[in-house]
Design a protein around this ligand. Structure first.
Ligand code: G6P
Length: 369
């Protein structure tokens, strides 16, 4: 097992550090910047289904559901296809309206999650076209779906999902870009810029990983907090949810993710000098609005950990701590902003002496209801 960990203390840390390679493995062979094309067999073969889709329904559980939420932003923003994202467990039991011109995308690292598999079977029985985004080759979901695209993340051993999440987002981004191009909802210069930026993501993830020692210091300060809030807007709202989930899963600290603007409808009541609040405040997107959310937190004495773009000055002045990530397009920012959140929860859990790779009560793959 020590050899499998490749010199890292835990599988989770190894997998966090594998993300630059996992992301490039996922887009390699599918993206050609020279030719300005994206090719994904499962999408090409079923282009008509996607182009005629009334809407896309995404079903998943856990971290994969968060990747689905990010995909909702990307598909609607770039490809202008209406998207609904549902927990597979709710979808399968609520008598949902499913039509033949619906496309269902099921996202699953393991490809074995019982609720996701059941949601697929239900959608198929109603005549919808079902597309799978899985990591494990030949898994039940990969076999049960009409077509699909694998994330090439390699085996993920840590129960808390890391590289599966970022590679799922990579696949879904490629799909959205491919469909946007086919539909003409993105012009060629924007398309090209996305390809260029996507190719730079692995290097930028490496940059983001260099904050590790700095994040360890922040982890040490907040490791005994009983609660933690995560805030983000737009593309980074699901990243806030994922950050909170990571902390819960492995450190057992109660954490909640919220859209930053919703703070005033509840979570703001929790804020005092003992509450750490991780705010995703990278440039582009809703930066100024997030800055004003940060001011609201500061006036209530909350402890602010800002995830910011390199060179940021405004949040630096307000926050107790900042963690910098490289600049990228807003649509690709979840791929970078997730990294410090993974590291923060990892270090807190290690400092608290928790079993990082196999947290209590959780399973890597939930094959029963
Ligand atoms: C379990 C795992 C999570 C995972 C979820 C969905 O809860 O602990 O890490 O996100 O299942 O799993 P899947 O394999 O379908 O992505």
């Amino acid at each position: 097992e020590e050899i499998e960990k490749g010199g890292f203390d835990h599988f989770m840390l190894k997998e966090i550090h594998e993300q630059p390679k996992a992301i490039s493995d996922t887009y390699r062979g599918r993206l050609s910047r020279d030719k300005a094309i994206i090719k994904m067999a499962g999408v090409e073969d079923n282009m008509k289904k996607f182009l005629n889709a009334n809407r896309i329904i995404i079903v998943a559980c856990g971290t994969s559901w968060h990747a689905g939420l990010v995909a909702e932003y990307i598909f609607e923003d770039l490809a202008r296809i209406p998207v609904e994202v549902e927990y597979a467990s709710e979808f399968r039991y609520r008598n949902p309206v499913i039509r033949e011109d619906d496309v269902l995308i099921a996202i699953s690292q393991s490809g074995e999650t019982a609720d996701t598999l059941a949601a697929i079977k239900l959608a198929k029985s109603k005549g919808a076209f079902v597309f799978g985004v899985c990591n494990v080759v030949g898994s039940s979901i990969a076999r049960e779906t009409d077509a699909g695209a694998y994330t090439h993340a390699g085996p993920e051993i840590g129960v808390a999902s890391t590289k599966a999440f970022t590679t799922q987002i990579t696949v879904l981004t490629l799909m959205a870009l491919r469909l946007a191009r086919a539909k003409g909802t993105i012009n060629s210069s924007d398309f090209h810029r996305h390809l260029l930026e996507l190719e730079m993501i692995p290097k930028k993830v490496e940059e983001a990983l260099k904050s590790d020692a700095h994040i360890r210091i922040i982890a040490d300060i907040y490791k005994d907090a009983p609660n933690c809030l995560y805030l983000g807007r737009g593309y980074n709202f699901p990243v806030a949810l994922e950050g909170a989930l990571k902390l819960k899963e492995i450190s057992y600290i109660h954490a909640e993710g919220y859209p930053a603007a919703e703070m005033k409808h509840g979570p703001i009541a929790l804020i005092d000098e003992n509450m750490p609040i991780v705010v995703i405040a990278t440039k582009k997107g809703h930066y100024e609005k997030v800055v004003s959310n940060i001011q609201e937190i500061k006036s209530r004495k909350g402890k602010i950990i800002g995830i910011v773009t390199e060179g940021d000055t405004q949040v630096r002045e307000l926050a107790d701590h900042i963690i910098e990530v490289p600049e990228t397009l807003e649509s690709l920012s979840p791929l970078l902003n997730t990294i410090p959140l993974q590291l923060l929860s990892y270090h807190i859990a290690v400092m608290l002496g928790k079993n990082v790779d196999q947290p209590r009560n959780l399973a890597k793959s939930v094959t029963v209801e």
